[in-house]
Design a protein around this ligand. Structure first.
Ligand SMILES: [Zn+2]
Length: 138
């Protein structure tokens, strides 16, 4: 088992675990973007959101919902940015789904999710909507 998150889940390597439940583990990132930067991972080793079973997805996001408030309160933050790098092309370096909960403060110098992307030409919204609905089969 070489996946570092699977090894944390299994207790093979130490981590600052803040919560553990049926199907998930939450621990502090060892290179935090801010105090209280929590990672929430499913126990199951799956690379992307698309690979999660519906039940595992429910468990993961229930855990994120449960942790967001206490994590923010613990460090006196005003909010949090919650994000997932979903796939290697997005910067996901460990192919085991993990949700970042990063506490935020007013004027902390970090941007919103929107600041990740540069302005540029985009396909018409209606055409993209049609393409997604076609993929969904609806
Ligand atoms: Zn894993």
């Amino acid at each position: 088992m070489s996946c570092i998150f699977c090894r944390i889940v299994a207790g093979e390597i130490p981590a600052e675990i803040v919560a553990r439940g049926d199907g998930y583990v939450a621990f502090l990132d060892v290179t935090p973007l801010a105090d209280g930067h929590v990672l929430v991972v499913p126990v199951a080793h799956v690379a992307t959101i698309e690979d999660l079973t519906p039940a595992h997805a429910d468990t993961l996001f229930q855990a994120v919902r449960r942790l967001a408030g206490p994590t923010r309160a613990a460090v006196g933050a005003a909010g949090s940015t919650i994000g997932i790098n979903n796939g290697a092309a997005t910067g996901q370096t460990i192919p085991h789904v993990h949700v970042h909960i990063v506490p935020r403060w007013e004027h902390d110098g970090a941007g919103s999710v929107h600041t990740i992307f540069r302005a540029g030409p985009r396909r018409p919204v209606a055409a993209v909507g049609n393409a997604i609905r076609a993929q969904l089969g609806s």
